[in-house]
Ligand binder design. Sequence first.
Ligand SMILES: Cc1ncc(COP(=O)(O)O)c(C=O)c1O
Length: 483
Amino acid sequence: MLQFVSNKGGGKSVDFETAILDGFAVDGGLYVPETLPKISQDQLEEWKGLGYVELAFEILSLFIDRSIISSEELKMMLHMAYEPFEKEEVIPLHQLKSRKDTYIMELFHGPTISFKDVGLAFLVNLVNFFLERKGEHLSVIVATTGDTGPAAAHFVAGKSNLDAWVLYPKGLITEEQERQMTTLQHLNIHPVGVANCPDGGDDLDLVIGNLFGNKSFKEKLKLSSVNSINWGRVMMQTVHYFFGYLQVVDSIGEQINMSVPSGAFGNLCAGALARKMGLPIKYLVAANNKNACLHRIFSEGRFTKEAIYETASSAIDILIPYNFWRFLYFSIDKDGEKIKKWMNEFKTTGVVEFDKETFENYKKGFLSNSATDKETLDIIHEIYTTETYLLDPHGAVSLHAADVLKDLLGNEKLICLATAHPAKFPEIIKKALSINKLPKVATHHSIEKAKRLCEKVYLCDHANLEEALTHAMETNWDLTKGK
Ligand SMILES: Cc1ncc(COP(=O)(O)O)c(C=O)c1O
């Protein structure tokens, strides 16, 4: 049976169910499969005609032992997860007219219109399935830069075995994203707006890390997370790389390029693992905005935390791409001791300079770029005026990176990942198109509906967050569980 271990090398190996329910490994590391399954060309050939859900079933079956979830149960969970998506293909591809062999992968047709729905629709069902079977309850805590929060809240809403505490940096996400969380009236959803976060969403991750580090609190409240620290998110996100590949190639074995708007490296980590499993991707592009942590990692070999900028692509205003450590583990022969040393070094000094050998090793097959807001807005404008297709600011960052790197990428087909619907960012779209009234393509019925609903939210200040959150969680636990 495939086991899961910490990328920091500590603790015992665990089964799939434990890795999913625990979120973090006991030594504070991230769970990774002990070995990555390999996909042959014949297998890819067999998968060529599959729809998204059928393909997901094949890929997930490589990681999940049948003794843990039967094939009927897995099929049912996948169908339930993707049934609410607005497009039958789940993640359709749109071919651009203005650039040769260039496709936009639309990952935003789920209920909260961002790519986070793609991973969380399944992961929350999976966690709930395990909890129902064990007769247990969990509280998940997630920090969000605007999209994980709405998706986690949506899928957890009304599930009796789960509560969701959703932390967001007040004022640093759009009003539309905020209302996606605060207008849910379910008793098990707790949106927490946190004012004065000097480092944006990363601040919230640190507090969550501290709560998880408090063993008795974690045990008492049965905490877990569905952020991309959870292996289930990364595993699920490998599927869209396989799906995109199989949609665009003329023949199996052909190489393609993929450009990904990146923050915490969860999505891109999944792409990198899909390639290690055997998917023929020539280059993966780490597309950053002005918060260029990944660009520095891939172009200079430096993992460093710098001051945060507020940008037009606010969901990737992230300083610490923690999933990079998960990917790096596989690039250095699974040396958990080294990962532990670097993670500690980063925690204490805020910077890691990788040695030449490590740098040369991990950067193979990666390119990167950092886009300014002007470049982001210009490309939204260009694509809308030339082909009436509207990109959101994050999709724009990924296409811009591919434009800049065109000569290095070569002539292979290109897929740019569009990770959110433009309706989440109306002010940026107005600015990019120099208009006051949004075109219909920049609106979405779910966003319009949320404007008409009352809000329910806990508000607190970053300086008191840990105390306030601990108190709120304990009180809620007391009230609802009678303890
Ligand atoms: C719209 C959007 N695009 C891209 C990202 C970056 O994803 P990741 O953190 O997996 O790199 C996020 C989330 O942080 C997002 O919300």
